[in-house]
Ligand binder design. Sequence first.
Ligand SMILES: Nc1ncnc2c1ncn2[C@@H]1O[C@H](COP(=O)(O)OP(=O)(O)OP(=O)(O)O)[C@@H](O)[C@H]1O
Length: 342
Amino acid sequence: MDAATAAIVQAIELVAVTKRYASGAPPAVEAIDLRIPSRSYCCLLGPSGCGKSTTLRMIAGHESVTSGDILLENRNITRLPAAARGTAMMFQSFALFPHLSALDNVAFSLKVKGVPRAERHRRAAELLERVAMSAFAQRKPGELSGGQQQRVALARALITEPRVFLLDEPLSALDPFLRVQMRTELRRWQRELELTFIHVTHSQEEAMALADNIVVMNHGRVEQVGAPRDIYNAPATEFIARFLGGHNVIATAQGRVAVRSDHLRVGRDRFGAPGAPTLAATVTDIEYQGCYVLLGLLSQDAAGDRPLCAMLPEAEYLRHQYLPGEPVHLGWHAHQAHALAR
Ligand SMILES: Nc1ncnc2c1ncn2[C@@H]1O[C@H](COP(=O)(O)OP(=O)(O)OP(=O)(O)O)[C@@H](O)[C@H]1O
C-alpha cells in the first residue's frame, strides 16, 4: 500500500467476508474484500439476490458473519451488537412507529437509553430542524408524505450519532417524481453531515446519480468497484456492461468488447480506413426518445446473430431518416471498445 492510500481513513473495511445462511447452501456472500473511504457515498449495486442486502445487514450487525472480518475505522466490529457499532440504518419502509409523533419517533432511541425527557426532546427538535421538519414535529407518520417520513427516519437514525449510515433501498417505496427529489436530498445530507453513506440499490441510474464509488455485485461477489464514470466507460465484464445498460457487447476476433450505444456510429456507407472495426447490420426498430433516437439493429459478429442498439442525437437521425429493414454499416473508434474480462 502506498502512503497516499494508507492516509485515507477507511470507514468500513471488509476482509474476506463470507455469509452462508445454511451449512451446505451456496454462499449468499463469498469472500468479499472491500474498502469504503470515510465521508464517501458508496452504492452497493446489483440484481435481486446478488447479496447486497446481506452485505449491508452484516455491516449493521443485523446478520452474523460466517467468516471474515468487518472493521469500522480500523476497529474490528465483527462480533459487536448492532447498537455498539457506530452504524445506523434507514430502511425502505422507514419503519417509523405509527402511534408516535415525529418528535417522539426521533427521540425514541434516547428514551431507551434513559435520557431525561426534556433533553431527548431538545435533541430530537434540533435534528428535526436540521431536516426542515420542525413544523411537523407533532404529526404522526400517517399524517406525513413519503418524503417527509423519510426525513423523520433520517433524523431518527442520526440521533444515535453514527459514523456510518446504512440505507437499504431507501427510495424504492417513493413515486418516481419524489424519488428523484429525495435522491438529491440524500446526496446533500451526506455532504453536509460529512458522514459515510452505504446505500443498497438495484437501480444503476440511482447509483450513478449518487455514488462516489459504486460496488457492482453479482452472485455474492464483487465484480467491479469504481467511480460511476470509470465503471460506465470501462465495464470490466459482460455482466456489468449488460446490467448498466447503454452498452453493446460485440464478439470480435480479439474477444468480447463493450461499445457504448452513443459511440456506435451508423451510416449508409462503410466507415473508416480498411481494418477499422466495422459491421454490417439491418435496422429493426426506431424509438424516438426526445433528444435522441434509439435504433434497434441486427448484425452478425464472430459469435453469430447479434442484436445491437445505437443512440443517435435527434438531429443526426433527422439528417438520415433510417427506415426499418434498411441495411446499414456500423463502426466505432478502437479506443471506444473496451475489452471484457469475461
Ligand atoms: N434470511 C435468509 N435466509 C436464507 N437465505 C437468505 C436469507 N436472506 C437472503 N437469503 C438468500 O441470500 C441471497 C442474497 O440475498 P440478498 O437479500 O442479500 O440479495 P439482494 O441482492 O439484497 O436482493 P434483493 O435486491 O432482492 O433484496 C439470496 O439467494 C437470498 O435468497
